[in-house]
Design a protein around this ligand. Structure first.
Ligand code: PHE
Length: 339
């Protein structure tokens, strides 16, 4: 038996495979059912009791040695394979899939750059707000029906803590904290308890603007909005302002632009009026300035609020607002050509 062990040991020491197949043949020869080392284990039964310990150790060491050699030879071959592949310059590269920006981000970035040209800076605030910043400081009296226009989500039945219904709350925070003059745009998510449909959602995005300085007039507001509309929709775009109501602006207006689809002639999209509604705006109500400790005899201002989903619908001709929130890759792929 000693003789047999010596022979096996020699064979193991001289094993140097030249292919993966040879390693497998060697493994079967040593460790297979009828393998040399397997047979040593069956011979072990006949070994004298006092020699069992010594033999046992020798056989086990031999087995471990074989397993180790097989493993390291396999690794060696794998390594060589990888190395030779890594310098194969003729291999085709993996296709590289470019993502696209979300249309709401696209329109937001475009508005940033337009208003930046006019000297507006960015201002952001919290989505969970209190009654003061969303309503009271903006001249919404308690129990006033105007609050119903903004179906509010309250948090934990506490009527003072709520999800902001517009980013005008950021304007209040700016009037509280910033030095005059103020010229800001406030982007962000807003929340209203509305049924989800093709034209409405309970979450949407706004950019609101506020400009307060000495001698700001309605003419400034109108010129700013005309500039913005032409930058975004093209130089042939016209605007019109219709009287409206918001508790925090006086006078208030809603702005329409000429319909992009029919050029103002009238079509089904503009309901044959030639005009599309885009935003709400107005002169900051002197009462709001007073509530926010700004001297309304010296300062005046204007404000406007733009819904980004609606704007992106007009710009990219999206017919269903829900598409913005589903993140369906087939929808998003349509925006690959925009930066
Ligand atoms: N905050 C208004 C809204 O969300 C929009 C608006 C802003 C209107 C500023 C006028 C002036 O409905």
């Amino acid at each position: 038996m000693k003789q047999k062990i010596q022979e096996i040991n020699q064979e193991i020491n001289s094993f140097s495979p030249s292919s993966v197949e040879e390693i497998e043949i060697f493994r079967i020869k040593m460790l297979g059912k009828k393998g040399l080392i397997t047979s040593l284990f069956s011979d072990f039964r006949d070994v004298l009791a006092e020699e069992k310990k010594e033999f046992g150790q020798v056989i086990n060491t031999l087995k471990n040695k074989v397993v180790e050699i097989i493993d390291s030879s396999k690794l060696n071959f794998k390594d060589k394979n990888i190395r030779s592949n890594s310098i194969d310059l003729s291999l085709q590269h993996e296709p590289f899939f470019m993502g696209s920006r979300h249309p709401i981000s696209l329109i937001k970035n475009e508005l940033y750059s337009i208003f930046q040209k006019l000297g507006f800076s960015l201002s952001e605030g919290p989505e969970i707000e209190d009654d003061w910043h969303v309503f009271s400081a903006l001249n919404f009296p308690k129990e006033h029906p105007a609050r119903d226009m903004q179906d509010t989500f309250f948090i934990e039945k506490n009527p003072d803590i709520l999800l902001r219904t517009h980013t005008s709350s950021v304007q209040v925070r700016s009037m509280e904290n910033d030095k005059l003059p103020i010229r800001i745009i406030c982007p962000g998510r807003v929340f209203r308890n509305e049924a989800i449909s093709a034209r409405a959602h309970c979450i949407f995005h706004q950019i609101e603007g506020l400009y307060i300085d000495k001698g700001v007039s309605f003419a400034d507001l109108k010129q700013t909005l005309l500039f913005f509309s032409r930058e975004l929709f093209g130089s042939d775009t016209n605007i019109r302002l219709r009287p409206s109501f918001f508790p925090f602006t006086e006078p208030s207006a809603e702005m329409d632009i000429t319909c992009k689809l029919c050029g103002g002639k009238g079509c089904s999209v503009c309901k044959h009026t030639g005009w599309l509604e885009v935003l709400g705006c107005g002169m900051v109500d002197p009462k709001v300035l007073e509530l926010n400790n700004i001297d309304n005899k010296i300062y005046s201002g204007y404000a406007f609020g733009i819904g980004l989903e609606r704007l992106a619908m007009l710009k990219y001709q999206v017919k269903d607002l829900r598409l913005y929130f589903e993140n369906d890759i087939r929808f998003l792929n349509n925006f690959k050509n925009y930066l």
